[in-house]
Design a protein around this ligand. Structure first.
Ligand code: RNT
Ligand code: ZN
Length: 414
C-alpha cells in the first residue's frame, strides 16, 4: 500500500467514505470495451473495408492491424493496460472463420468459439453487436425498416442469429452478454412518410425477438437469468442521414417500454448537443428499466472521439451511483479514432471510464443527501464543489497497482 493511497484513504474517511469498499465494488462493475477502436471498425470480413452506415473512422496513424494475428497482438497489449473487471464488445464482422466468408445471415455460435476461448483465457466477459451496416444489403441506407421485404428478411435473420451468438457467449462465460442492435436506417432529406419505416422496424424487431435466444419454445418458462440481453440503440442522425432516423430515441423508448423485450442503449453521442444522457437515466430507473450505455465523446456532433473525464462522463457515473443503479446499468464504450495510436486510444477511453466509475463510488453521497433533506442547498453546493478535488486519482493509482497495471507511464509499454 503506497503512502499516497494511505493519505487518500484518510481524506475519504473524514467524509465517511471507505476507499476499500469502493475498490471492492469496482470488481463488480465491468467496463465493456468496444473491440472496433483497434482497427477503425474494419473487422475480419475484408481488411480493406471502410465502415458504412454513416459511420467514419478518420485519421492515418500508422500501425492499423491488417490481419487477425496482428489484431489480437494489439488486443493483448490493450487488455493488459486496462486494470480490473472488463468485457469486450464484439461486432459480428469480427467472426473467426479461418478466412471463409460466412454470409451474415448464416453466422453461427461456432464462428465465435475462438472469442469465447480467448475471453476465458483473459478472464473477461463478452458483449455482442449485430452488424447491420458495411454491407451491400445496407447500401440503400435501409435495413430492418427497408420497404424491400427481402432486405428486411435478410437483416431479420442476421438479428436472430446474433441473439443466438449472444446467448452462446453469455452461457460460455457464465455472465450475461448484452447484444446491442443499432441500425443505420434513415434519410438524408425530409421524408413525407415518417411512419412507414417505423412500423416496419417495429415489425422487424418483433420478428427478431419472437423466439427466445436461448432456444426455449415460446410460451415455456424462461430461465431466470437469461444469458443474452438485447439492447436497442437510438440515434439522432448519421452522415448522409441528417433529416430522419427510423430508430430514434422516442421510437426505442416506446418499443422497450411497451414490449419489455429489450433494454435501451443510450450512446452519449446520439443526442442534441445540449441534451445529456446523465439527465435521462433516472426516468428509466423509475420504471425499473435497465440501461446499456455507450460512452463516447461527441465533438460538436456524433464524432466518436476517445472518451475523456468530461463533466458529462463524471455526471453519468455519479447519477448511476446516486440512483444505486450500477446493478442495472451496463457500461460500455463506443469510439473509433484513427488519428492517434489505436491501442492507446482504447486504453485511454477504458481507463477514463473506469476512473469515472471509481470517482463516483468515492462520492460522499450520504452527506449530499443529508444537506438536501435538511433543505440546505448552500451546503449541498459547497460539498459538491469540495468533492471534485478530493484525491480520487490516488485511489485509482492504487486500483491499478492492485491489478498489476501501471498507474502512470503505461504509454511506454506500447
Ligand atoms: C453508431 C452506433 C453504434 C456503432 C457501433 C460500431 O452510431 O453508435 O453503436 O458505433 O455499433
Ligand atoms: Zn454506439
Amino acid at each position: 500500500m503506497s503512502k499516497s493511497y494511505d493519505i487518500a484513504r484518510e481524506v475519504y474517511a473524514s467524509y465517511e467514505i471507505d476507499t476499500e469498499k469502493a475498490l471492492k465494488q469496482m470488481d463488480e462493475i465491468p467496463v465493456s470495451i468496444n473491440c472496433w477502436q483497434l482497427d477503425d471498425l474494419t473487422g475480419f470480413e475484408d481488411f480493406n473495408a471502410v465502415p458504412g452506415g454513416g459511420l467514419a473512422a478518420t485519421g492515418a496513424a500508422p500501425g492499423k492491424p491488417a490481419s487477425v494475428e496482428a489484431y489480437f497482438k494489439d488486443m493483448n497489449k490493450m487488455l493488459a493496460l486496462v486494470p480490473g473487471a472488463k468485457k469486450l464488445a464484439l461486432h459480428s464482422i469480427y467472426a473467426l472463420t479461418e478466412g471463409r466468408r460466412i454470409p451474415r445471415n448464416r453466422l453461427e455460435p461456432e464462428h465465435f468459439t475462438g472469442w469465447a476461448e480467448y475471453a476465458k483465457e483473459k478472464g473477461i466477459g463478452l458483449d455482442f453487436n449485430p452488424t447491420y451496416f458495411s454491407h451491400p444489403r445496407a447500401a440503400s441506407g435501409w435495413t430492418l425498416s427497408s420497404p424491400d421485404a427481402s432486405v428486411r428478411a435478410f437483416w431479420i435473420e442476421h438479428g436472430v442469429r446474433c441473439r443466438r451468438i449472444g446467448q452462446y457467449l453469455g452461457s460460455e462465460l457464465n455472465m450475461p452478454c448484452v447484444t446491442n442492435h443499432w441500425i443505420p436506417d434513415g434519410s438524408k432529406d425530409t421524408r413525407a412518410d415518417t411512419l412507414g419505416p417505423r412500423e416496419r422496424l417495429r415489425a422487424s424487431l418483433d420478428s427478431i425477438f419472437a423466439a427466445p435466444a436461448d432456444g426455449t419454445p415460446n410460451g415455456e418458462p424462461r430461465p431466470e437469468s437469461p444469458k443474452n440481453i438485447d439492447s436497442l440503440e437510438s440515434k439522432l442522425f448519421g452522415l448522409g442521414c441528417e433529416s430522419y432516423t427510423t430508430g430514434s430515441h422516442e421510437f426505442y423508448s416506446n418499443y422497450v417500454a411497451t414490449t419489455g423485450k429489450a433494454i435501451l442503449c443510450m450512446d452519449t453521442g446520439h443526442y442534441h448537443p445540449t441534451e445529456t444522457v446523465s439527465s435521462k437515466l433516472s426516468s428509466y430507473y423509475a420504471f425499473g428499466q435497465r440501461i446499456m450505455l455507450h460512452i463516447s465523446r461527441p465533438v460538436r456532433w456524433d464524432s466518436d472521439h476517445v472518451p475523456v473525464m468530461s463533466d458529462e462522463v463524471a455526471a453519468i457515473m455519479q447519477e448511476i451511483k446516486r440512483c444505486d443503479a450500477f446493478g442495472r446499468t451496463f457500461i460500455g464504450t463506443d469510439f473509433f479514432d484513427g488519428s492517434i495510436n489505436r491501442i492507446a486510444a482504447s486504453v485511454i477511453g477504458a481507463r477514463t471510464v473506469k476512473a469515472a466509475v471509481l470517482h463516483a463510488l468515492l462520492e460522499p453521497t450520504p452527506l449530499l443527501r443529508k444537506a438536501e433533506e435538511e433543505d440546505n442547498p448552500t451546503k449541498r453546493l459547497v460539498l459538491l464543489e469540495e468533492f471534485k478535488t478530493l484525491p480520487a486519482g490516488l485511489v485509482f493509482a492504487e486500483y491499478c497497482e492492485r491489478h498489476g497495471v501501471r498507474a502512470h507511464g503505461w504509454l511506454e509499454e506500447i
